[in-house]
Design a binder for this molecule. Structure first.
Ligand SMILES: Cc1cc2nc3c(=O)[nH]c(=O)nc-3n(C[C@H](O)[C@H](O)[C@H](O)COP(=O)(O)OP(=O)(O)OC[C@H]3O[C@@H](n4cnc5c(N)ncnc54)[C@H](O)[C@@H]3O)c2cc1C
Length: 459
């Protein structure tokens, strides 16, 4: 983590245009998109800081920093219910945003030649259905997605028990579609470096900038990162002598800012208590993960990534030579704990969850995993769940007693890799539109139900 403690010893600036709180995928993606908007000429210049209480990208992504994160479009999940609630045209946006995120991230990786830097593995995502009762629900979701002509739905293929056993050694039916794994911390590091200095972070000899972008340098983008800098409060600066809208009180002093982005995920309610109300809650849910070796070499095992047991378990191999036994990253086991809801302590492991995880792969693939193999790694992390199972994106609801330049993008329900980058783009666009005195227009891939009430009513 080359940026782990970047800026931790430096004093913070007194004045900035935008202050982003949190250096995870959301905060850094927001900085990346703002830098792109400056580079494209959509806005003249910008002084921007990212403030991080811990190490750079420390929280959730630290948990997956030893392994790859799954970057997969959920093409049909919840499609039936969403169609009933919002109509087919809006419902397909639940897939459109993930499709957009995955294709944009892959495009950026390709254009900059980062494939090796971020350990991108293009593979297939296999969804194994353990309980026959789940089949009906999945089939109606797929049927609804086909009726709505969800992009890519034709790439979803059904796996019979016989096929799954032949190809994977697992006796369960399932579904399969294209997928990707990558190393999240490495991606976020690259995105930050690119936002700060696009030319320096590029490996590719391919021509750049891409079509549609001016060749202006990013010299008008002034981006700095301050780790080990906790934000304690964000208050309107009506009373002070600053011309800026907000006083951001940090452990290193006050920063005056025009815009504030809360990219704090599961911690959001510390600064914005309204996100602890039941209808807007971001509920902390602990996830546990192990890294364990297969008992056969990679050449005799699958290289796809998997989800099973109604989404509770997910697993995938780390790349290695075909003669070596691969390390498999397996997360889940919450159903045996039970659920791990409202658990915020990521410093301890749950014994029951650990036992479930240890028994899982030998039970699903008896010929490729041994019950006697102890995991090489085991760790936990906290995910942010919401009542809608989708994130909150947009302006923070406020009374007329506060200025309206505070934004939030939090609560990805364990699917941040496929959504945070695009949600952060929407926030960057909202800021630039407001700064330019224009009305923000919702991108075609952004579901309306992701938007905060304040943003929805302003449309
Ligand atoms: C074990 C595990 C495995 C996962 N695997 C996957 C996967 O394979 N695919 C997928 O799509 N998703 C996965 N997820 C979910 C994904 O990691 C998250 O959705 C994503 O990381 C959220 O990013 P974020 O930037 O919004 O939040 P975070 O990464 O949590 O960043 C928020 C940051 O804000 C900082 N912060 C909070 N409060 C303050 C403050 N007051 N002052 C300063 N800084 C503050 C925190 O320290 C933190 O670094 C997984 C999650 C876990 C726990």
């Amino acid at each position: 983590n080359p940026l782990a403690s970047a800026g931790s010893d430096s004093p913070v600036p007194e004045q900035v245009d935008v202050c982003i709180i949190g250096s995870g995928l959301t905060g850094v993606s927001c900085a990346y998109h703002l830098a792109q908007l400056v580079e494209s000429g959509a806005i003249g210049s910008m002084k921007l800081v990212i403030l991080e209480a811990r190490d750079f990208c420390e929280h959730l992504l630290s948990l997956v920093r030893r392994n790859g994160g799954q970057l997969v479009v959920g093409r049909f999940s919840k499609m039936h219910g969403l169609t009933m609630q919002y109509g087919a045209e809006e419902a397909i946006k639940s897939t459109a945003i993930e499709e957009y995120t995955v294709s944009e991230i892959r495009k950026i990786i390709r254009e900059n030649g980062w494939e090796g830097d971020v350990d991108l593995v293009e593979c297939r995502r296999v969804n194994l259905v353990f309980n026959p009762r789940d089949l009906g629900g999945i089939e109606s979701d797929i049927a609804a997605a086909r009726r709505a002509k969800v992009s890519g739905i034709d790439n979803v293929e059904v796996l019979t028990v016989e096929q799954a056993e032949k190809e994977y050694g697992a006796k369960y039916p399932g579904y399969r579609q294209p997928g990707n794994n990558l190393w999240p911390l490495k991606l976020v590091t690259k995105l930050f470096q690119h936002a700060q200095d696009p030319a320096a972070s590029r490996n590719s000899t391919r021509s750049f900038p891409p079509a549609g972008f001016s060749s202006a340098t990013s010299s008008s983008m002034d981006l700095a990162l301050y780790t080990h800098t906790t934000v304690m409060s964000v208050i309107p600066s009506w009373i002070g002598d600053s011309n800026r809208a907000y006083d951001v009180q940090t452990t290193k002093g006050i920063i005056h800012a025009d815009y504030v982005v809360h990219a704090t995920n599961v911690y959001v309610s510390h600064l914005l208590p309204q996100f602890s109300e039941p209808e807007n809650a971001v509920v902390p849910v602990r996830g546990q993960v192990i890294g364990t070796r297969a008992s056969v070499p990679r050449g005799e095992l699958w290289s796809d990534n998997f989800v099973g047991n109604a989404g509770f378990e997910y697993w995938f191999p780390r790349p290695c030579p075909s003669s070596e036994r691969p390390l498999i990253i397996l997360g889940g086991g919450r159903e045996s704990a039970p659920w791990e809801y409202n658990v915020t302590d990521d410093s301890i492991l749950d014994e029951t969850v650990g036992k479930t995880l240890r028994g899982f792969l030998p039970a699903v693939y008896p010929n490729s995993f041994s019950k006697d193999t102890e995991p090489e790694f085991e760790w936990t992390g906290i995910m942010g769940f919401t009542p809608t199972k989708d994130p909150y994106v947009g302006l923070v609801s406020s009374s007329s007693a506060r200025p309206s330049g505070e934004y939030v993008s939090v609560g990805y329900n364990g699917r941040g890799m496929a959504r945070a980058f695009a949600c952060a783009e929407a926030i960057a666009q909202m800021i630039v539109a407001k700064q330019n005195g224009k009305t923000w227009e919702r991108p075609p891939w952004l579901p309306i139900w992701y938007l905060t009430e304040q943003t929805r009513t302003g449309l």
